[in-house]
Design a protein. Structure first.
Length: 162
């Protein structure tokens, strides 16, 4: 059996000197406002994986009202989600992430981001795709008020290797 899930996340820009995107620290003249490290890419990916498995969403598993997750490393959250999937009998097939940001430019970071996600999911590199786009200066992203991400994930049941 296969299932597909979609995830979306957004965080507002705020004080800081970097953003975390797909597990990579990227220098920037603003940060992201968040309870955890604000990694919109990994948060969207967690939601896509959880949704595909019918296991709720990231807020249910890691509520922003719980101080245990204050400043949390989103890579740890993702690895926990992958563990939850495995316990439920699911394996990650492939994922596709899109980061929507006017700044910072992400082209120089995409391959490192892809390596991080590949490692945390425990899949082959060609099972992970990451891309970035702008909104051509339209909307809250275009005004540099926030960064968003979309993720799509395919999962399979049983002992099928990804």
């Amino acid at each position: 059996m296969i299932r597909i899930g979609h995830g979306y996340d957004v965080h507002a820009c705020g004080e800081g000197d970097h953003v975390m995107l797909a597990g990579v620290r990227i220098p920037n003249d603003v940060g992201l406002v968040a309870h955890s490290d604000g990694d919109v890419a990994l948060h969207a990916l967690c939601d896509a994986l959880l949704g595909a498995a019918g296991l709720g969403d990231i807020g249910r598993h890691f509520p922003d009202t719980d101080d245990a997750f204050r400043g949390a490393d989103s890579r740890g959250l993702l690895r926990h989600v992958v563990s939850e999937l495995a316990q439920a009998g699911w394996t990650v097939g492939n994922v596709d992430l899109t980061v929507v940001a006017q700044r910072p430019r992400l082209s120089d970071h995409i391959e490192q981001m892809r390596d991080v996600v590949t490692q945390d999911l425990g899949v082959e590199r060609d099972c992970v795709n990451i891309k970035a786009t702008t909104t051509e200066r339209l909307g809250f992203v275009g005004r540099e008020e926030g960064i968003a991400a979309h993720a799509v994930a395919l999962i399979t049941s049983g002992d099928h290797a990804a």
